[in-house]
Design a protein around this ligand. Structure first.
Ligand SMILES: *[C@@H]1O[C@H](CO)[C@@H](O)[C@H](O)[C@H]1NC(C)=O
Ligand SMILES: *[C@@H]1O[C@H](CO)[C@@H](O)[C@H](O)[C@H]1NC(C)=O
Length: 404
C-alpha cells in the first residue's frame, strides 16, 4: 500500500516536472503601421491592469521603460550597486547606492539611455501554442526606469523597449530562468493584425499548422555567430536573385548579417546593394516590369505594368540568402511581399536600403523581410531556425486558431 502511494506520488512529481519543462509562453505582437515599429504588451507591477507596450529590440540588453506608466508602483524595488544583479548587467553604473543602466537608444534618437535599475513582477500568458491560457507572474523582473527625454522616437502607444538580446538579462531569458524552461524564443512578426511572440515555444499552432493534422511548420537551421557581441548574426555565403548568385567580393559577406526588429527595411553596404539592385532590375525587366526611378529612401522602383499582382505572389524575382546549414548550404528565400514594397497602386520598389560605403554593419536584415516568417532564436543550441514564408502556405503570422 505504502509503496504504491509512494510510486503514485513519485510519478505525479515526475509528471509535474516534465509538464513544467514543456511549459511555453505567448505574447502578442502589434505592428504600428505609421512608424513600422513592432511592440508587445505585458503587465507590470502589482496592479493586474497595467498593460505596457514595449518595442521589440533584438539588440537591447535590459528592458527600459517609462515607469510613470505603471499603474501601481507599490511593488517596485530599487536594485543596489552592491547586488550581484547590478554587477552582471552590461552597461551598469552607480548613482550613490542605486544601480544605473546605460545603453544606446535602438532608434538612435537620443544617444544613450540612462535609468535606474529596478525590480517588480511582470505577468504573461502560458499557451498551448495557439491560445492565451493562464496568466503567470515573473518575479523578480529586472528592468530600468528611463528618463522621459529618452522616449523621443518611440511612437505614442509604445512606453519603452523590451530587451531581446542574447545576453544575461533580456526579458525572454528572465522568463526561461524563472520557469526553468528551454532558453529560446520565437518571433512571428505580423504584416498586419496581431503576431506571435513565443518564449520556450514547443508547438506553433498557427493554422493550418499543428492543427488536427499535427503538421509542424517546416523550419531550416543555421548557426548564430558571435553572440558575445550582444547581437544575433548569421553567416551569409551568397546572395541569389532568381536563383543566380551575385558576384560579390568575398570580404563583403565576411561580417554576416545582423537581424533587427527595429530596422524597417534591410540595409546593405553600397556594393552589395548595387549588385542586388542590378541583378534584380535585369530579371524584373525580363518578367515584364518597367523601371520607374526612385522613391524616397528606395532607389529602384518598378511599374508592374500588366503583370500578375496577386498572391504571396506578386511576380518579381525571388531573393535568397545562402547560409551554412548542417549538410551544406541552406537558403532563406524571400518572395514579392518581402522583397518589394508598394509606393503607388501599380509601382513597387525594391525594399532594401543602400547603407553607404562605411556602414556599422555590412548587412542588417529588417522587419519588412522578416514579417510573416516564424523565426526561432535557440540559445540552448545557438541556432537560428526560420520557416518558409507563411504566405506560401496560405497563412500568416496574424492567423489564430478559431475560438470554439
Ligand atoms: C550588450 O551586452 C554585450 C555584452 O554582453 C555588449 O558587448 C554589447 O555592447 C551590449 N549592447 C548594448 C547595445 O549595450
Ligand atoms: C493556397 O491557395 C491557392 C489559391 O487558393 C492554391 O492554389 C494553393 O494550392 C494553396 N497552397 C497551399 C499550400 O495550400
Amino acid at each position: 500500500m505504502g509503496g504504491l502511494t509512494h510510486l503514485i506520488v513519485f510519478v505525479s512529481i515526475l509528471a509535474a516536472i516534465t509538464l513544467k519543462s514543456e511549459a511555453q509562453y505567448l505574447l502578442p505582437i502589434t505592428k504600428h503601421e505609421p512608424t513600422k515599429q513592432f511592440y508587445t504588451t505585458i503587465n507590470i507591477g502589482s496592479s493586474a491592469k497595467s498593460p505596457l507596450n514595449l518595442l521589440l529590440d533584438l539588440g537591447t540588453n535590459l528592458t527600459w521603460l517609462n515607469c510613470r506608466q505603471i499603474k501601481s508602483l507599490s511593488s517596485l524595488r530599487l536594485v543596489t550597486c552592491q547586488s550581484s544583479t547590478c554587477k552582471s548587467i552590461p552597461g551598469n553604473g552607480c548613482d550613490g547606492k542605486t544601480c544605473l543602466y546605460r545603453q544606446p537608444n535602438p532608434l538612435g534618437k537620443s544617444p544613450v539611455v540612462t535609468g535606474r535599475v529596478v525590480q517588480d513582477s511582470a505577468s504573461i500568458s502560458t499557451t498551448d501554442g495557439g491560445k492565451f491560457l493562464s496568466k503567470v507572474s515573473v518575479r523578480p523582473f529586472t528592468f530600468s526606469c528611463a528618463e522621459e527625454k529618452h522616449f523621443q522616437g518611440l511612437s505614442p502607444p509604445v512606453a519603452g523597449v523590451m530587451a531581446l538580446s542574447p545576453g544575461k538579462f533580456p526579458f525572454w531569458r528572465q522568463v526561461t530562468t524563472a520557469f526553468n524552461v528551454i532558453p529560446k524564443f520565437s518571433l512571428c512578426l505580423p504584416s498586419s493584425g496581431t503576431g506571435h511572440f513565443y518564449i520556450a515555444g514547443v508547438h506553433y499552432l498557427i493554422p493550418p499548422f499543428n492543427g488536427p493534422s499535427g503538421r509542424p511548420i517546416p523550419m531550416t537551421l543555421t548557426p548564430l555567430k558571435n553572440i558575445e557581441s550582444g547581437n544575433y548574426i548569421i553567416s551569409v555565403t551568397s546572395i541569389y536573385v532568381a536563383g543566380i548568385p551575385l558576384s560579390l567580393k568575398p570580404n563583403l559577406l565576411d561580417g554576416g548579417a545582423k537581424l533587427s526588429t527595429v530596422v524597417p527595411y534591410t540595409v546593405l553596404h553600397t556594393d552589395i546593394y548595387n549588385a542586388l539592385a542590378q541583378s534584380f532590375t535585369l530579371k524584373a525587366k525580363a518578367m515584364g516590369l518597367y523601371e520607374a526611378g526612385s522613391s524616397g529612401q528606395f532607389k529602384d522602383c518598378f511599374d508592374l505594368g500588366g503583370t500578375d499582382r496577386a498572391g504571396a505572389g506578386l511576380k518579381v524575382p525571388a531573393i535568397e540568402l545562402g547560409l551554412p546549414g548542417r549538410a551544406g548550404e541552406v537558403k532563406w528565400k524571400f518572395h514579392g511581399k518581402n522583397t518589394v514594397v508598394y509606393v503607388m497602386e501599380t509601382v513597387v520598389c525594391l525594399a532594401f536600403v543602400d547603407g553607404g560605403k562605411t556602414p556599422n554593419d555590412l548587412m542588417v536584415i529588417g522587419t519588412h523581410q522578416l514579417q510573416d516568417y516564424m523565426v526561432e532564436f535557440d540559445l540552448s543550441t545557438t541556432l537560428l531556425a526560420f520557416s518558409d514564408s507563411l504566405l506560401l502556405h496560405n497563412t500568416s503570422c496574424s492567423s489564430w486558431p478559431s475560438q470554439k
